[in-house]
Design a protein around this ligand. Structure first.
Ligand code: FPP
Length: 248
């Protein structure tokens, strides 16, 4: 952590936690054992992000497409997430972590949703890191939902279709009010976005590592932040423009 520039810590880090199944398979274990080990990695990364001063951490815990996995894996994952949250909530409160969920709540089984809501309520006063769990989430679901919201405002005469701005669309996203991710980390070796935060990742720095999620630890997280800090973010401008504005 000492190698990180504390003045340029990303405000929002998003993570695609991939590789749990392969981690388990390599050990001759059931896939669900990989998810159990994945929860330990979640704890390590939440702690590391809090210490570094990251303000928002968004973890892709379960995608809309994950509903198509074998039913016993879906059940095990839902159960694990609810159980882990109940177990971790006191630690989250102690560390000022505020839990939030983004995704299609309507599809989450009632018991899991209840533990999620109770952790969200219990951590609501946290003034440190906001932990967004993306559950039953997909970016196309979210963008379609935003289109529906805006279309019904147009129908209701609240706004004119031609006046819809970039900011209006952002305000209809599940991340409304949060900064867009500065950095996206994907573990597990694949180099794709997999329907995650497609709107919000427009100018994020992308970091891919072959480390499997259950092996990801604080050092891996800080290495990703160091790589992020070595990049020049131009947001469509030239390098000269960026350098002259940072000199003034
Ligand atoms: C992807 O690995 C991982 C998931 C689909 C689940 C991630 C969920 C957790 C780590 C639990 C999170 C818990 C809390 C409390 C946030 P994969 O199964 O696709 O791995 P593979 O690519 O090797 O098959």
């Amino acid at each position: 952590m000492e190698s990180i520039d504390s003045h340029r810590v990303p405000a929002h880090v998003a993570v695609i936690m991939d590789g749990n199944g392969r981690w388990a398979k390599a050990r001759g274990l059931e896939r669900s054992a990989g998810h159990v080990a994945g929860v330990d990695a979640v704890r390590r990364v939440v702690e590391a992000a809090s210490k570094a001063g990251v303000r928002y951490l968004t973890l892709y815990a379960f995608s809309t497409e994950n509903w198509n996995r074998p039913q016993d894996e879906v059940d095990a994952l839902m159960h694990l997430i609810a159980y882990a949250l109940e177990r971790e909530t006191p630690g989250l409160i102690e560390n000022g972590v505020r839990l939030n969920m983004i995704g299609d709540v309507d599809r989450i089984p009632a018991a899991s949703l209840e533990s999620l809501r109770s952790s969200i309520r219990a951590t609501a006063g946290g003034e440190g890191l906001q932990l967004n769990l993306a559950l039953s989430y997909s970016a196309r679901w979210e963008i379609t939902r935003a289109a529906n919201i805006l279309a019904s405002r147009v129908n209701g005469g609240e706004i004119n279709a031609g006046d819809i701005t970039d900011a209006d669309v952002s305000a209809c996203m599940t991340t409304a009010g949060m900064p867009d991710p500065d950095l996206l980390i994907r573990t597990g070796g694949d180099k794709r976005i997999s329907n995650f935060l497609l709107w919000q990742l427009a100018y994020s720095e992308l970091y891919f590592t072959s480390t499997l999620w259950p092996d990801f630890d604080a050092e891996c997280f800080y290495r990703a932040i160091m790589e992020y800090q070595s990049r020049e973010r131009r947001f469509g401008k030239t390098s000269e423009q960026i350098q002259s504005s940072s000199n003034t």
